[in-house]
Write a protein that binds this ligand. Structure first.
Ligand SMILES: *[C@@H]1O[C@H](CO)[C@@H](O)[C@H](O)[C@H]1NC(C)=O
Length: 186
């Protein structure tokens, strides 16, 4: 009898420990974030005559297209990871020289469709990692598209989002992903 009781007691303790452990694991996975110190500013530059926008974390590359191709540095969308960290996903960069258009997507199906369509190429050298949901103090990257100009446009500014919709013929395509704000999050 004593032996049975102690066995029952032991199994309750083991069960509780497992349950507590599960709670901790669940709690941590919700909270798990990349290290903001590992992020870099994500610059947006624009060639106004072509309605072309590019996004890069490489200041030297941005400087080069400003000098050589007449691009203008417009803003920093936020900060992004260059390697995958906790809770982030790859953000693919698709580029079309014939359309003078570039877009980013975390959707691998959309990436593959764009490549299969023949007009866009995947630029892995421009790939970043961002959050797929609004976690870890991240902010939305809005996606807009002007079909007349075949121009994709991304912004983290709500006022800019509204102004290109009302003034520049862009349609709202929703949210592409989530980045950290330049001021630093968390
Ligand atoms: C991913 O892209 C495909 C093709 O554009 C689309 O049909 C699908 O709804 C997208 N998935 C998500 C989760 O947005």
């Amino acid at each position: 009898m004593k032996h049975i009781l102690s066995t029952i007691f032991l199994s309750i303790v083991v069960g509780l420990a497992a349950a507590t452990n599960n709670l901790h694991t669940a709690g941590r996975s919700v909270q798990t974030c990349g290290d903001p110190d590992d992020t870099l500013p994500w610059y947006r530059a624009n060639a106004p005559s072509q309605f072309e926008y590019v996004y890069s974390t490489d200041p030297a590359w941005i400087s080069a297209i400003i000098q050589a191709n007449g691009f203008i540095l417009q803003t920093i969308l936020g900060t992004v990871f260059l390697t995958q960290e906790e809770s982030t996903v790859p953000c693919y960069f698709l580029s079309s020289s014939s359309l003078a258009d570039n877009f980013i997507t975390i959707n691998a199906t959309e990436r593959d469709a764009a490549i299969a369509g023949g007009q866009y190429v995947l630029r892995t050298d421009f790939q970043t990692y961002i959050y797929p949901t609004e976690i870890c103090g991240s902010i939305p990257v809005y996606r807009l598209y002007n079909s007349a100009k075949t121009s994709n446009f991304f912004t983290t500014s709500e006022s800019e989002r509204l102004s290109v919709i009302s003034g520049s013929g862009y349609a709202d395509l929703g949210i592409a992903g989530y980045v950290l704000s330049v001021g630093g999050a968390c």
